[in-house]
Design a protein around this ligand. Structure first.
Ligand SMILES: [Cu+2]
Length: 119
Protein backbone atom coordinates (compact mmCIF):
# COMPACT_ATOMS: atom_id res chain seq x y z
CA UNK A 1 0.00 0.00 0.00
CA UNK A 2 2.82 2.37 0.93
CA UNK A 3 4.48 1.55 -2.38
CA UNK A 4 1.32 2.49 -4.32
CA UNK A 5 1.04 5.81 -2.46
CA UNK A 6 4.68 6.50 -3.24
CA UNK A 7 4.10 5.79 -6.94
CA UNK A 8 1.02 8.04 -6.96
CA UNK A 9 3.00 10.84 -5.32
CA UNK A 10 5.77 10.34 -7.85
CA UNK A 11 3.28 10.45 -10.76
CA UNK A 12 1.77 13.66 -9.36
CA UNK A 13 5.23 15.22 -9.05
CA UNK A 14 6.12 14.29 -12.65
CA UNK A 15 2.79 15.69 -13.88
CA UNK A 16 3.44 18.97 -12.04
CA UNK A 17 6.93 19.35 -13.49
CA UNK A 18 5.60 18.60 -16.99
CA UNK A 19 2.83 21.16 -16.57
CA UNK A 20 5.31 23.83 -15.45
CA UNK A 21 7.52 23.07 -18.45
CA UNK A 22 4.54 23.41 -20.82
CA UNK A 23 3.50 26.71 -19.23
CA UNK A 24 7.05 28.05 -19.56
CA UNK A 25 7.18 26.97 -23.19
CA UNK A 26 3.87 28.70 -23.90
CA UNK A 27 5.27 31.83 -22.26
CA UNK A 28 8.30 31.74 -24.53
CA UNK A 29 6.08 31.80 -27.61
CA UNK A 30 4.77 35.29 -26.77
CA UNK A 31 7.87 36.83 -28.35
CA UNK A 32 7.48 40.14 -30.06
CA UNK A 33 8.81 41.53 -33.31
CA UNK A 34 10.17 45.04 -33.66
CA UNK A 35 9.63 46.85 -36.94
CA UNK A 36 11.50 50.08 -37.67
CA UNK A 37 9.39 52.60 -39.53
CA UNK A 38 10.79 55.71 -41.19
CA UNK A 39 8.38 58.48 -42.16
CA UNK A 40 9.55 60.66 -45.04
CA UNK A 41 8.43 63.93 -46.59
CA UNK A 42 8.11 62.12 -49.92
CA UNK A 43 4.89 60.94 -48.19
CA UNK A 44 6.18 57.42 -47.93
CA UNK A 45 6.86 55.05 -45.04
CA UNK A 46 9.87 52.75 -45.19
CA UNK A 47 9.50 49.64 -43.03
CA UNK A 48 12.38 47.40 -41.97
CA UNK A 49 10.08 44.45 -42.63
CA UNK A 50 6.67 44.09 -44.20
CA UNK A 51 5.65 40.90 -42.43
CA UNK A 52 6.15 39.27 -39.05
CA UNK A 53 4.69 36.46 -36.99
CA UNK A 54 1.29 37.52 -35.61
CA UNK A 55 1.12 38.66 -32.00
CA UNK A 56 2.91 41.44 -30.21
CA UNK A 57 4.42 43.76 -32.77
CA UNK A 58 6.38 46.86 -31.84
CA UNK A 59 6.62 49.66 -34.38
CA UNK A 60 9.46 52.11 -33.75
CA UNK A 61 8.50 55.09 -35.85
CA UNK A 62 10.97 57.86 -36.69
CA UNK A 63 10.05 60.94 -38.65
CA UNK A 64 13.05 62.02 -40.72
CA UNK A 65 10.98 64.61 -42.59
CA UNK A 66 10.37 68.26 -41.88
CA UNK A 67 6.60 67.84 -42.04
CA UNK A 68 4.78 66.32 -39.12
CA UNK A 69 3.70 62.69 -39.46
CA UNK A 70 2.11 59.97 -37.38
CA UNK A 71 1.64 56.23 -37.85
CA UNK A 72 -1.64 54.38 -37.37
CA UNK A 73 -2.23 50.63 -37.45
CA UNK A 74 -4.84 48.32 -35.93
CA UNK A 75 -6.76 51.21 -34.38
CA UNK A 76 -3.74 52.62 -32.54
CA UNK A 77 -1.58 55.54 -33.53
CA UNK A 78 1.51 57.39 -32.43
CA UNK A 79 1.49 61.00 -31.37
CA UNK A 80 2.21 63.57 -34.04
CA UNK A 81 5.94 63.36 -34.67
CA UNK A 82 8.07 66.40 -35.42
CA UNK A 83 11.39 66.24 -37.28
CA UNK A 84 13.68 63.49 -35.92
CA UNK A 85 11.21 62.42 -33.24
CA UNK A 86 10.64 58.74 -32.55
CA UNK A 87 7.64 57.00 -30.99
CA UNK A 88 7.01 53.39 -30.14
CA UNK A 89 3.66 51.79 -30.86
CA UNK A 90 2.94 48.33 -29.49
CA UNK A 91 0.04 46.41 -30.98
CA UNK A 92 -1.14 42.81 -30.91
CA UNK A 93 -1.84 41.81 -34.48
CA UNK A 94 -3.98 38.90 -35.56
CA UNK A 95 -3.03 36.75 -38.53
CA UNK A 96 -3.72 38.58 -41.76
CA UNK A 97 -3.21 41.91 -43.46
CA UNK A 98 -3.26 45.19 -41.54
CA UNK A 99 -3.49 48.57 -43.22
CA UNK A 100 -1.29 51.33 -41.84
CA UNK A 101 -1.26 55.02 -42.68
CA UNK A 102 -0.32 58.55 -41.70
CA UNK A 103 -3.44 60.42 -40.54
CA UNK A 104 -2.09 63.93 -41.24
CA UNK A 105 -4.05 65.89 -43.86
CA UNK A 106 -4.10 63.99 -47.16
CA UNK A 107 -0.77 62.20 -46.61
CA UNK A 108 -2.32 58.72 -46.85
CA UNK A 109 -4.10 59.59 -50.09
CA UNK A 110 -0.76 60.82 -51.45
CA UNK A 111 0.86 57.45 -50.69
CA UNK A 112 1.67 57.46 -46.99
CA UNK A 113 0.03 54.10 -46.37
CA UNK A 114 0.57 50.42 -46.86
CA UNK A 115 -0.19 46.90 -45.74
CA UNK A 116 1.59 44.98 -43.00
CA UNK A 117 1.17 41.21 -42.99
CA UNK A 118 1.03 39.12 -39.83
CA UNK A 119 1.76 35.46 -40.52
CU1 LIG B 1 2.39 62.14 -42.92
Amino acid sequence: MKRILFLLALAAAVATVTLLAVVQFAGASTNSTTVRVTAKDTLKFVLSRKKAPHGKTIFKVTNVGRLRHDFKIAGKKTKLLAHNQTATLTVTLTKGKHAYKCTVDSHAAAGMKGIFTST
